[in-house]
Design a protein around this ligand. Structure first.
Ligand code: HEC
Length: 99
């Protein structure tokens, strides 16, 4: 009885330890690019917050490629199409905080 409970808690702790770093660390090149480049403005009060906004992928792709007023444009030599697609999919999937 006691040993069964202990192993259940052990499993729960293992599951938590597994899940937490996965959400905090970048998982692909797109997410990494966001954290290294976009976040320098977008999580520093220079640009508006762009996570958890419920914006569609095409918005991120279009604005990143073309720029928008104070927002610089990113060429294909800055970020290739595949990475930008990953970045857009990641940002579009961030949970909306204030629906
Ligand atoms: C040099 C700072 C800077 C960097 C780097 C930057 N942005 Fe921006 N971004 C801005 C600013 C400033 C605005 C607001 C532009 C305006 O409306 O005048 C903006 C606006 C946006 C918007 C529109 C948000 C809205 O609410 O209208 C999106 C989407 C966006 N940026 C995506 C990105 C992505 C994706 C990246 C990385 C590839 C990125 N930005 C990198 C400064 C930056």
């Amino acid at each position: 009885m006691t040993s069964k409970m202990t192993s259940t808690w052990g499993l729960a702790a293992l599951a938590l330890a597994w899940v937490q770093p996965a959400t905090a660390q970048p998982v692909n090149a797109g997410q990494q690019f966001y954290q290294k480049v976009c976040a320098k403005c977008h999580e520093a009060g220079i640009g508006p917050v762009i996570t958890g906004r419920g914006l569609p992928e095409i918005t991120y792709i279009t604005i990143a490629r073309n720029g928008n007023r104070a927002m610089p444009a990113f060429r294909v030599t800055d970020i290739d199409d595949a990475t930008l697609q990953q970045l857009a999919a990641y940002l579009a999937s961030t949970p909306v905080k204030n629906p």
